[in-house]
Design a protein around this ligand. Structure first.
Ligand code: G3H
Ligand code: 13P
Ligand code: ZN
Length: 321
């Protein structure tokens, strides 16, 4: 069942984080639903601008609608990941999405506020919630000096002002992570003190952590042993997911790790079976492997086992309780 993102957040807040997983195709969708149901977890499906453009934006929506029919017991929200204003408006008007992300993090503060406000107004008019972003991920490179690096993290005072002035429903914060498979070339670790200070200023406000893949070293080693070239790939320590969740991080975005599972399965398959060419053969291995990976993440996020309680919470809210 597709449900409002804000209802999932109000159940998770301070207890666990929802896994927000990106999908691009059928096999990912199959593994995603199966992994979440195996671990009895509510979850968020994310569709990026790139994913919408990969085939046709309607294709992923159709896959999700069908998965919802196959597994009516699944409890999830559908979210636009890293949207610009145009993509946000398109998703808001489509009637399919639970929430959108307006990513104005590259803009000057006032411009970020202005575009976020426009999206919030349009989204709230249709009952959707809005994730905004302040601060910039990816500023934790070795060549960046400490002062410059800190300048990319979300400023808690700015976050407070931004949230109040935009009316956004959740905020993606730069707290030391970065997108992709090569994180933390400099100092490693989530900046918990930034989360803590934002929460002190806006208690109860849901935060989002992007760039949260853990880049498992066994996956990297297997990919490299099967012909890959991912030297030095590194991710977030997944033992930090739950402590972050307990501080108010309600949504933890994981995409790269799923791509690594896909890459490992396909590289090993074609290395070991060079005579094969049927796409379904590696696909049959990938789907359960991805499901297993999703279930393992949900255990670390604390969302595993929360499905029934989250459903009861969402149902009570929909009845006006
Ligand atoms: O943060 C970005 C997500 O990993 C989506 O990646 O834009 O390549 O689909 P993408
Ligand atoms: P990763 O690249 O760490 O998986 O981050 C994904 C993300 O933030 C999607 O918005
Ligand atoms: Zn992201």
């Amino acid at each position: 069942m597709i449900v409002p993102t804000r209802d999932l957040f109000s159940h998770a807040y301070g207890k666990y984080a929802l896994g927000a997983y990106n999908i691009n195709n059928l096999e990912q969708a199959m593994g995603l639903f199966q992994g979440n149901l195996q671990s009895k977890a509510p979850f968020i499906i994310q569709i990026s601008k790139g994913a919408r453009a990969y085939t046709n934006k309607l294709m992923l929506e159709a896959i999700i609608r069908t998965a919802d029919q196959i597994w009516p017991e699944a409890l999830f929200a559908v979210h636009l990941d890293h949207g610009d204003e145009e993509a946000c408006m398109d998703c808001i008007n489509s009637g399919f999405y639970s929430s959108v992300m307006i990513d104005g993090s590259h803009l000057p503060f006032e411009e970020n506020i202005a575009v976020t406000k426009r999206v919030v107004e349009a989204a709230h008019a249709k009952g959707l919630s809005v994730e905004a972003e302040l601060g910039q991920l990816g500023g934790v490179e070795e060549h960046v000096s400490v002062d410059e690096k800190d300048a990319h993290l979300t400023d808690p005072a700015e976050a407070e002002e931004f949230i109040k002035r935009t009316g956004c429903d959740s905020l993606a914060c730069a707290i030391g992570t970065s997108h992709g498979a090569f994180k933390f070339t400099g100092t490693q670790g989530i900046r918990f003190e930034v989360i803590q200070e934002i929460q002190r200023r806006v208690p109860g406000f849901p935060l989002v952590m992007h760039g949260s893949s853990s880049v498992p070293q066994d996956e990297v080693a297997r990919i490299n042993a099967a012909g890959g070239a991912l030297k030095g790939a590194k991710g977030v320590d997944p033992a930090q997911y739950l402590p972050a969740a307990k501080m108010g991080v309600c949504k933890i975005n994981i995409d790269t790790d799923g791509r690594l599972v896909w890459c490992r399965v396909h590289r090993e398959f074609f290395r070991d079976k060079p005579e094969k060419f049927d796409l379904r053969d590696p696909g049959k291995i990938f789907m359960p492997e991805y499901a297993k990976f999703i279930a393992s993440r949900n255990e670390l996020l604390g969302s595993a086992g929360q499905l029934d309680a989250a459903r009861a919470h969402v149902e009570a809210l929909s009845k006006g309780a």
